[in-house]
Design a binder for this molecule. Structure first.
Ligand code: NAD
Length: 546
């Protein structure tokens, strides 16, 4: 098969991490976890990640595969940790031995190298507690290891002496260290390097400051045209409009039909007509407030009216925050075909406030999660490890959606910056979508886009594994994770695969049964340029009617 590697691009900055390292028994894991609760940031223990990835405890990895194999896995985990933001990361005690890898993790982070009096360490780890590097004489091995690693710890970052501190004391000291370098409560600004200049995506408490943010991004604007999904007009639309008005912007509000119904030429035409009557010009700004559908039509109208006027996106669904609000693609549906008419038009500003998600139906939130899992599978694997362990709320969804939005925005922004015209690397984002489009169309959208992406992601990953491109076990892991957050991974019972095949897009017809399929691969994705679609579909598992 003909393939092309699509490497994961460098990610723009998010909030700093708090990186906790140091010798065994100094309280990295317990203190780090405590600090994460104080800071309201997610916690990840890299030894735990390595054990989960290997499916066996760290001590077993040392015993059966040897220290070198463990260090390789650790190097990968540290590199993956350097791609997340706004998290408390505890490393294993030996992670500092790879100075280069650790330095990349520490860059821009608050770092604490925990130290402790050797006697106290012995008291804490005296029974060895599954620690593979301690032999029959723990006291001697602790002293020898400490001496051996002293230089590496000193090089790794500033020390934090935990002698005499309990877990709460270590946690508080760590949290204080983080607060000294980062405003953890704050809203984070992620920069998107668009083709016509950089613009910020503000993730956090952004609704309250919509007016000042828009004023700051577009100092010359005099009129704000708020195009808002009708279902959120009274709540979010009004709030955004009031904030804009407080900055002396003349506000006109246009409630649009909810969801996909807004993406029509009739809606666009009505807006154009009204804009003419209002004397809208390039000193006006279109402010889209809604899900991906509302932002798509708002962007399309902004792109086309007066050959393009400024656009600000205020996404109100998880999918829109993670994906549709940035990247410049705008479209309406026409001639029975989705997104068939559109233009590239980047916003000047995106305001993603996770509090807007409170009213979003669970099924729509899951759709957003499917796209986030898809991006993480190629751009930030540690997000998947963290999602596997993330606490779930009473709806069965990860409780910290704001953190996920931050990660997703950084991932999406990285592809947009590298490939603004969607000509190569950005195709990575089509992972799962070849199968998904077929399923959506064949079920007449009874299976939603997000659900179809989840099913497609698993089927296409299985296909990648069959080619030896996707690491073995990837599909099973994605399947378990998607199930965990309530997404389907099997095709609905009775799905007609011949019909799915027929609807999988024109690629197939053009290329005689072959199509372009993206599959996960180490370090990013692999584009299979002449995939046999029958083979891909053979990996679709049918659900059982209940
Ligand atoms: N431009 C892009 O890059 C891009 C990327 C991905 C998807 N899209 C487009 O996005 C659309 C899907 O986006 P979506 O999933 O956000 O769907 P959507 O915009 O249709 O919104 C889903 C539903 O949620 C409602 N809703 C929106 N915000 C809400 C809130 N805060 N509380 C309660 N209900 C709310 C909507 O009225 C709608 O019924 C599709 O049209 C797709 O083509 C565009």
């Amino acid at each position: 098969v003909k393939t092309a590697h699509l490497p994961a691009p460098p990610l723009p900055r998010g909030r700093p991490n708090l990186v906790v390292t140091g010798f065994m028994g100094t309280g990295k894991t317990s203190g780090g976890r405590y600090a994460s609760r104080l800071l309201g940031l997610p916690f990840v223990d890299l030894d735990g990640v390595i054990a989960a990835r290997a499916g066996t405890p760290v001590a077993d990895i040392f015993a059966t595969r040897g220290e070198a194999a463990f260090r390789d896995m650790e190097r990968q985990a540290v590199a993956d940790a350097a791609r997340v933001s706004g998290a408390v990361v505890a490393t294993g005690g030996g992670a500092v031995l790879d100075a280069g890898g650790f330095a990349r993790l520490a860059e821009g982070a608050a770092v604490a190298v925990l130290t402790c009096d050797p006697e106290e360490i012995l008291g804490r780890v005296g029974d060895r507690g599954g620690r593979p590097l301690l032999d029959e004489d723990p006291a001697a091995s602790v002293r020898a290891l400490l001496a051996e690693r002293l230089a590496a710890y000193e090089r790794a970052g500033p020390a934090l002496d935990t002698t005499g501190l309990d877990v709460a004391g270590v946690g508080a000291a760590l949290a204080a260290r983080y607060r000294a370098v980062a405003d953890h409560t704050a809203t984070v600004r992620v920069t998107v390097d668009g083709p016509a200049g950089a613009y910020p995506v503000v993730v956090g408490e952004a609704l309250a400051v919509a007016g000042t943010e828009v004023r700051g991004a577009l100092p010359g604007a005099h009129m704000a045209l708020v195009l808002v999904d009708r279902s959120v007009d009274e709540s979010l639309g009004e709030r955004v409009a009031a904030s804009l008005a407080s900055e002396d912007l003349l506000v006109e509000r246009f409630p649009l039909p909810p969801g996909e119904a807004a993406k029509s030429i009739d809606v666009a035409s009505h807006l154009w007509t009204t804009f003419v009557a209002l004397g809208v010009d390039r000193t006006s700004v279109v402010v889209g407030v809604g899900g991906g559908a509302c932002l798509d039509v708002a962007g399309f109208v902004a792109a086309t009216f007066a050959r393009g006027i400024p656009l600000v996106n205020v996404p109100t669904t998880l999918l829109a925050m993670a994906d549709a609000s940035l990247g410049g693609k705008t479209a309406i549906d026409h001639g029975g075909s989705k997104n068939s008419v559109g233009a590239f038009h980047h916003p000047s500003l995106v305001l993603a406030d996770p509090s807007a998600l409170d009213s979003v139906p669970v099924r729509d939130l899951r759709a957003g999660l499917a796209e986030i899992v898809k991006m993480a599978a190629t751009a930030s694997p540690l997000v998947l490890d963290m999602l596997e362990e993330a606490p779930l709320d009473d709806r069965g969804l990860p409780s910290d959606l704001g953190w996920l939005v931050e990660q997703a925005v950084r991932m999406k922004a990285s592809y947009v910056a590298e490939d603004p015209g969607d000509l190569g690397l950005r195709h990575t984002l089509n992972l799962g979508h070849t199968v998904a489009h077929g399923i959506e169309a064949s079920t007449d959208h009874a299976v939603s886009h997000g659900e179809a992406v989840a099913i497609g992601l698993v089927a296409e990953s299985r296909y990648g594994e069959s080619l030896g491109v996707t690491p073995a076990g990837t599909a099973a892991r994605l399947e378990a994770l998607l199930r965990r957050v309530g997404l389907p991974v099997d095709a609905p019972p009775g799905l007609d695969t011949a019909d799915v095949l027929a609807r999988m897009g024109s690629d197939k017809k053009r290329r005689g049964g072959r199509a372009v399929v993206v599959v996960p691969a180490p370090g990013g994705a692999e584009m299979i340029e002449d995939a046999d679609v029958d083979a891909v579909l053979s990996f679709l598992r049918m659900g059982v009617a209940t």
